[in-house]
Design a protein around this ligand. Structure first.
Ligand code: SF4
Length: 400
């Protein structure tokens, strides 16, 4: 299908909104009291440092809500004000943060139910308002909602739309889109729905496997089994890897996306020669600034002498997992929590390991002087960071 034409027709429809509704001032108060923090502001103004008793908190110089998330949440709040009596739905979590999603539930925004892995849109009726989250929605979902006669409030981050434009360009040039991402992630699902032929590659190891297949061929059945859930229907590695373009899930580790881009560029150059590179390889810079800034700030922070690191962000937040990866790679004891409630008053913390398990650590805060590095993912409000820091300070006061 011509996804570009569909998107254009959707955007021209009077039932489609992708900007606010002019209620910024009205919703600012509610947003500030729910998500802002005066303590965090104070720490920012004190060189990102807080010193209390035995505890030194070092905050990353870029963390928390990115503008794309702030924009999406503000548009959702405005939609509630603008459509006070209509039923409002959202196709997914607006962002990966439990407290923000709970606030929307409290405002009677309904989340589409998921049954056996499938979204159930049956409750939506013509005239209902449906919000699309910051990481977008698939073409099929948008078609369905348009067909039902819904009012669509699209909060998709412009950086995500930029990636969609890139895969459209790949399609136009008959290139397969190689997407650096997680095939189950909502953003990557949406991106691949705009692509023609695509292959989703999770990490450098997978990328090297694909690059070797391009250069030397290989076992086609093994290839297809390996990427069975991560490629377009009818994908043929012998046919569909002759012309490729690179795209990414905006929240992947920037260094890895860059390395992957270079790997495929070298691969195509080796296979087809430098003078033919442009016929076989396309790349656009679609790494979002916010992800990049948070990762760079984290890389700076882990250079310091930290006793431990606290990483705050939704457990299904991709950009938060990459922040956690950085401190684990440096060998720093690092705890990933999705809410301050994971820290209990008996010096226990319930945290998520990179492998996915939720674990409880007893006595996670050591005795004596400690330096704690703190950062948070792009979907995490400052308020959650403040509450987490306060819990650390309370615990240390008790321990002292
Ligand atoms: S992390 Fe980047 S792409 Fe994602 S919502 Fe924020 S600004 Fe947009």
């Amino acid at each position: 299908m011509d996804t570009r034409a569909f998107k254009r027709s959707l955007q021209q429809s009077e039932n489609y909104h992708r900007r606010g509704f002019g209620h910024k001032e009205e919703v600012a108060g509610a947003m500030n009291s729910a998500y802002q923090s005066s303590l965090i502001q104070e720490i920012r103004e004190s060189d990102y440092t807080l010193q209390r008793g035995d505890v030194t908190i070092r905050l990353a110089e870029a963390f928390g809500f990115c503008w794309g998330v702030e924009r999406a949440v503000a548009i959702a709040y405005e939609a509630r004000t603008h459509f006070p009596s209509q039923t409002i739905w959202i196709t997914n979590e607006i962002i990966h943060n439990p407290s923000v999603n709970q606030h929307l539930r409290d405002m009677e925004v309904q989340f589409i139910a998921v049954n056996k892995g499938q979204k159930d849109f049956s409750g939506i009726e013509s005239g209902d308002v449906v919000i699309l989250p910051a990481f977008g929605a698939t073409v099929a979902e948008m078609q369905l909602l348009k067909g039902k006669g819904c009012t669509i409030v699209d909060t998709t981050c412009p950086w995500v739309s930029k990636v969609w434009n890139s895969v459209e360009k790949h399609k136009k040039k008959d290139c397969t889109s190689i997407v650096h991402g997680k095939y189950k992630h909502e953003e990557t699902l949406a991106t691949s729905s705009f692509a023609g032929t695509y292959l989703i590659v999770l990490n450098l190891e997978e990328a090297e496997y694909v690059a070797n297949y391009i250069l030397y061929g290989g076992d086609k059945e093994e290839f297809l089994a390996k990427f069975s859930k991560a490629c377009s229907a009818g994908f043929d590695p012998d046919r569909d890897l002759e012309r490729i373009g690179i795209a990414n899930q905006t929240t992947m580790l920037k260094s890895e996306t860059e390395q992957m881009g270079k790997l495929f560029e070298r691969t195509m150059m080796k296979k087809y020669g430098p003078d033919k590179l442009n016929e076989h390889f396309l790349a656009f810079n679609t790494i979002c600034d916010a992800t990049q800034e948070r990762q760079d700030a984290m890389l700076n922070l882990v250079e310091e002498k930290l006793d431990l690191m606290l990483v705050i962000g939704g457990f299904n937040s991709s950009n938060t997992s990459h922040l956690q990866e950085i401190s684990i790679e440096r060998g720093i004891p690092s705890y990933w929590i999705d809410s301050p409630d994971r820290i209990s008053s008996d010096n226990r913390i319930e945290h998520k390991r990179l492998s996915g398990e939720i674990e409880i650590e007893e006595n996670w805060l050591p005795d004596g002087r400690i330096v704690v590095g703190v950062t948070s993912g792009a979907s995490t409000p400052d308020k959650a960071v403040e509450d987490s820091i306060e819990k650390i300070l309370e615990l240390k006061a008790v321990l002292v």
